[in-house]
Ligand binder design. Structure first.
Ligand code: NAD
Length: 250
């Protein structure tokens, strides 16, 4: 049968891009998915895009993943809906590009809060139900955590934090049957990269080579890796940050 039949999953950022593709892929492989996002309309589009023949399901759940109470409610809703919790994919995130001298403390705090603190909050809240059945967490890092991306100081730091958090949790919970991994995409075609607003005077010679030899990636090809990690095919993979960049950094 399908790889994720009977699994209960929570996917953040499910309204757009990689999160939407992940919700769709997990449900196509049989999981009952709670798709969480701030964007109610986007969540509706994701749920409506699930083919009728899919064996799983997608339920939209509007919430701010940086809000402790809202995260508690979302995890409770996923547990209730799926009769427990097996898979958590932390895909929600934001990107703000600016010179570091133009990084207001507000910009810094917002990016760290949504990308890093929220990932911690969701992990912390989801761990008790995940520990019941031997679950899986997949976080979203980025190649910017490893290779210098100018004008993304807060973003890169947040993703480095996500990678470190992933390593720490993986070791802490390995013997208790919970695997914790992260994806590190390079450039992927989503509204995040379409909306990217570099400083007007940006010296693009400073940009690391961000394009893969085959161009930007497709969200579905990133979601396929999340599904592998979420399934028993990833049984011996924990504490990994898996680069998905089409050879950009090879
Ligand atoms: P996207 O902008 O298409 O989707 C991000 C989603 O997160 C949006 O639907 C947004 O509403 C949601 N979101 C933002 N803040 C939220 C909050 N506080 N609460 C709930 N939902 C919130 O972006 P994407 O490109 O699909 O990115 C998904 C993840 O992958 C992000 O963590 C991003 O940093 C990471 N990533 C993306 C790329 C890329 O090239 N697109 C590369 C590396 C890493």
């Amino acid at each position: 049968g399908p790889r994720l039949a009977g699994r209960s999953a929570l996917v953040t950022g499910g309204a757009s891009g990689i999160g939407a593709a992940t919700a769709l892929r997990l449900a196509a492989e049989g999981a009952t998915v709670l798709a969480v996002d701030l964007d109610a309309e986007g969540l509706k589009r994701t749920a409506a895009a699930l083919p009728a023949e899919a064996t799983g399901a997608i339920a939209p759940h509007v919430a701010d993943v940086s809000d402790e109470g809202a995260v508690g409610d979302a995890v409770a809703a996923a547990v209730e809906q799926g009769g427990g919790l097996d898979v958590v994919a932390n895909i929600a995130g934001i990107l703000r590009a600016a010179h570091s001298t133009e990084h207001s403390l507000e910009l810094w705090d917002q990016v760290i809060r949504v990308n890093l603190t929220s990932t911690f909050l969701v992990c912390r809240t989801a761990l008790p139900p995940l520990l019941d059945g031997g679950g899986v967490i997949v976080n979203s890092a980025s190649t910017s955590a490893e290779f210098g991306h100018p004008w993304m100081a807060a973003y890169a730091a947040s993703k480095g934090g996500v990678a470190a958090l992933t390593h720490s949790l993986a070791v802490e919970y390995a013997k208790r049957g919970v695997r914790v991994n992260a994806i590190a995409p390079g450039s992927v075609r989503t509204s995040m990269t379409k909306g990217l607003d570099f400083p007007a005077d940006a010296d693009f010679d400073l940009l690391p080579r961000i394009m893969s030899p085959t161009g930007p990636g497709d969200p579905a090809s990133v979601a396929a890796v999340v599904a592998m990690l979420a399934s028993d095919d990833g049984a011996h993979i924990t504490g990994e940050v898996i680069r998905i960049d089409g050879g950009t950094h090879s």
